[in-house]
Design a protein around this ligand. Structure first.
Ligand code: PMP
Length: 428
């Protein structure tokens, strides 16, 4: 028995399903989750000392690779001062200034400790600001697990077949209107009917929780337009895309300014940090300036801020985002060529350092319906084949993958060679 197998058995005694977040349990692909003990650069090492090339990156934060020295050193330095005071610290202002400098639409920002908190708080703020209850989201988009947002959700909720969770009161869920991602007519029709009751639209500007689906041309523009027409707040959930698809996130890449933005993952460099922010006139409604309440004992924690600040500072170096995009492009083009060689119906997507793998005979996947119609069973076989080869992909057909700047041509080529062998087996 491997150490992962015995650790997984032991974990199940006191941890529901043996994991502290559901997708980790490998429910989407079957088998035993790998227990890791160390990460360095593009590699993870499991409890049996096996090395893997990692394309999960802790679900997003490790954009510069694991144990990135400037981030590790910043945390080490801060550590000697204590772990947190629950009072203002200078580094919080440094962090807020930098985030507002980098994210085009942000005048003010509030730090929280997870992506879920960021989106939950942004929704409350949009409702408080507009005095309206209804919110619009898109099927297959995931915005964390707060009640209003667990309606037709993506990510683990989709992997586990529970996009509408029990425990969310119907009276609350009925305020969440779910539309079809990338369907402009659907958005215009809904807003013509009820636009004036809508507090906000929340959207992943590149969908990364139903695999990776880029926005169709005109889709984000349409969201901006209907929000302007109806006085609704446009929220870009950039928890995944922020600082990744471009330094200023998807809003920089596509040139569209939302009213509010939510951030997570990369912003904490691997420690628990989220943030929400945006236009000054909206942010001034948050306590203590305004009446919309939001707070956090651990918010702005100095250790987490030091990791985030070092991460964002490092990302300002010239050329990092171009390099990430080139690596993801090289990998996905290579995978498509390998699959074609073996006659496997397969396509990919990529935006910046984010990518998607689809087992389908369609040329591209642009909607939730097309993403869920892909062959998830074949993905599971591919996933396990790659895992045996020492390549760690996201253990679900409904998650985006990530390259880091630490992945060199050697790791990318080793991944392609492994995929060549795995596709050959799948074709046999
Ligand atoms: N929004 C998006 C777009 C996400 O991808 C995620 C997490 N995958 C969240 C929100 C929730 O973040 P967290 O898991 O940190 O609560």
């Amino acid at each position: 028995m491997s150490r992962s197998e015995s650790l997984f058995q032991a974990a199940q005694a006191h941890i529901p399903g043996g994991v502290n977040s559901p997708v980790r349990a490998f429910k989407g692909v079957g088998g035993t989750p790998v227990f890791f003990k160390r990460g360095e650069g593009p590699f993870l090492f499991d409890e049996d000392d096996r090395q893997y090339i990692d394309y999960v990156g802790s679900w997003g934060p490790m954009l510069l690779g694991h144990s990135y020295p400037p981030v590790m050193n910043a945390v080490r330095e801060m550590l000697d001062n204590g772990l947190g005071f629950g009072a203002p610290t200078a580094i919080e202002t440094e962090m807020a200034d930098l985030v507002c400098e980098l994210v085009p639409s942000m005048d003010m920002v509030r730090m929280v400790s997870s992506g879920t908190e960021a989106t939950m708080s942004a929704i409350r703020l949009a409702r408080g600001f507009t005095g309206r209850d209804k919110i619009v989201k898109f099927e297959g988009c995931y915005h964390g697990h707060s009640d209003s947002l667990l309606v037709k959700a993506g990510s683990g909720a989709l992997t586990l077949g529970e996009p509408n969770s029990p425990g969310v009161p119907a009276a609350l869920a009925e305020h969440t209107i779910t539309l079809t991602y990338n369907d402009i007519d659907n958005v215009r029709k809904a807003f013509a009917e009820i636009g004036d009751q809508v507090a906000c639209i929340i959207v992943e500007p590149v969908a990364g929780n139903m695999n990776c689906i880029p926005p169709k041309e005109g889709f984000l523009e349409c969201l901006r337009e209907v929000c302007d027409q109806h006085g609704s707040v446009l929220i870009f959930d950039e928890v995944m895309t922020g600082f990744r698809v471009a330094l200023g996130g998807a809003q920089e890449l596509y040139g569209i300014k939302p009213d509010l933005t939510t951030l997570g993952k990369v912003i904490g460099g691997g420690l628990p940090v989220g943030a929400f922010g945006g236009k000054r006139e909206i942010m001034e409604h948050i306590a203590p300036l305004g009446p919309v309440y939001q707070a956090g004992t651990l918010s702005g924690n100095p250790l987490a801020m030091s990791a985030g600040l070092a991460m964002l500072t490092a990302l300002k170096q010239e050329g990092i985002h171009e390099a990430l995009a080139a690596k993801a492009e090289y990998l996905t083009q290579g995978l498509e060529a390998m699959a074609a060689r073996h006659g496997i119906a397969f396509t990919t997507s990529c935006v910046g350092g984010m990518f998607g793998l689809f087992f389908t005979d369609q040329d591209s996947v642009t909607s939730f319906a097309e993403a869920t119609a892909c062959d998830a069973e074949l993905f599971g076989k591919f996933f396990h084949g790659m895992l045996d080869e020492g390549v760690y992909l996201a253990p679900s057909a409904f998650e985006a993958g990530f390259v880091s700047n630490a992945h060199t041509e050697a790791e990318l080529d080793a991944t392609l060679a492994a995929a060549d062998r795995v596709f050959a087996k799948l074709a046999a």
